[in-house]
Design a protein around this ligand. Structure first.
Ligand code: ADP
Ligand code: MG
Length: 347
């Protein structure tokens, strides 16, 4: 049995999230011939002959991923589905089914769980997803939602993290940093409220970033757009932890070097004003903020003309031979990108 008093213990923080996954799964052996892709991408792939089935699980934990003092339960249900669908879209596939695991304490009335399900059902209706099962249990330590999404990837369209090639262009959908700044506003107003419960939260004018944090959308529309444009990304990942961390994942999996231009990173104008107010750097927010659930991908140079005029897509850099990732700053300095995404935000 696990002895918590054993002095040989290794703190999880010494490995970090990705280090821990690597440590626990390094001896995993794949036995089924149908397993086309195991651990290490946004979703695993099962070979179904004509197509792949993509599967991905993500968990949202109270106190770690959300704070119920400002996260409406319906939004939480909606967001928990988005976070999972995003990983299927990141394979260039279509999500089709979800299962929902929920651990809930008895401090919650039935109506509260109903609200979570209103959000889950709304997400399923909008994204054409069938809820096909799950699990329900009591919890003594807060609310936990664990969702598994299943989808279909047409074989010629598959986009893994590992396919980026020398000279490819690096493309990102939408804009970045909004979800993180939305969180800053919510945290600030929570503090104001805790100090003076008579004060009304000041959320006006911040609708866009609040929506990015509380009610994100996953980019099914981008997968449909790419299909219409007849572009198959050479590699793809969704941005859950921050641009920096995701760029490094693609670089590592593809064994190439990513170069990103600071002045090309798409950032909503409202974020510039807000960053001044919070004394933050917009680039740092976009690189490390996370939770934007945009898609980051690479395309072959010859596909440039197909995407260049699209307002939903921004070319932010290029791939070359080598390793790691660089940021080319506004004053043309080249700095190495670090995977601060996840760890940075936890500090
Ligand atoms: P994402 O951010 O796209 O959800 P993660 O960083 O959570 O991806 O996971 C990276 C990879 O590690 C995925 O392939 C995921 O399935 C796998 N993984 C994560 N946690 C575990 C675990 N506890 N056991 C086995 N595989 C895991
Ligand atoms: Mg992902």
């Amino acid at each position: 049995m696990f002895d918590s008093k054993n002095p040989q213990r290794t703190p999880i923080s010494s490995l970090g999230e990705f280090g821990l996954i690597e440590h626990l799964t390094k001896n995993t052996i794949l036995k089924q011939p149908s397993t086309a892709l195991g651990i290490g991408d946004d979703a695993a792939l099962i070979d179904q002959g004509e197509y792949y089935t993509a599967i991905s699980t993500d968990m949202l934990v109270e106190g770690i991923h959300f704070d119920l003092s400002y996260m409406p339960l319906k939004h939480l249900g909606y967001k928990s589905v988005m976070v999972n669908l995003s990983d299927i879209y990141a394979m260039n596939g279509m999500a089709q089914h979800i299962t929902v695991g929920i651990a809930v304490s008895n401090r919650f009335p039935v109506e509260a769980v109903e609200e979570i399900y209103e959000g889950i059902n709304l997400a399923c209706a909008r994204y054409n997803i069938d809820l096909i099962g799950g699990d329900t249990t009591a919890s003594h330590s807060g609310l936990i939602l664990s969702i598994t999404a299943v989808g279909r990837v047409e074989k010629p369209k598959l986009a893994k993290r590992s396919g980026a090639k020398n000279n490819d262009l690096v493309v990102v959908s939408g804009d970045l940093g909004g979800a993180y700044m939305g969180l800053q506003i919510l945290e600030r107003e929570k503090q104001v409220y805790l100090e003076n419960p008579d004060m009304q939260p000041e959320l006006n004018g911040h609708e866009y970033i609040l929506e990015r944090q509380l009610k994100p959308e996953s980019r099914k529309d981008i997968i449909e757009l790419l299909e219409g444009l007849e572009v198959v990304p050479t590699s793809m990942i969704d941005i859950s932890d921050g641009l920096s961390s995701e760029v490094l994942h693609l670089a590592k999996s593809s064994e190439v070097q990513f170069n990103i231009y600071e002045n090309k990173i798409p950032i909503d104008p409202s974020i510039f004003t807000l960053c001044e107010e919070f004394n933050m750097n917009t680039t740092t927010v976009a690189l490390s903020g996370g939770e934007d659930y945009e898609l980051l991908f690479t395309i072959a140079l010859e596909d440039h003309d197909k995407i260049k005029a699209n307002p939903n897509l921004t070319i932010i850099g290029y791939v070359k031979e080598g390793s790691g990732a660089h940021l080319i700053t506004r004053d043309e300095k080249v700095v190495e990108l670090k995977a601060q995404g996840f760890k940075h935000m936890e500090e």
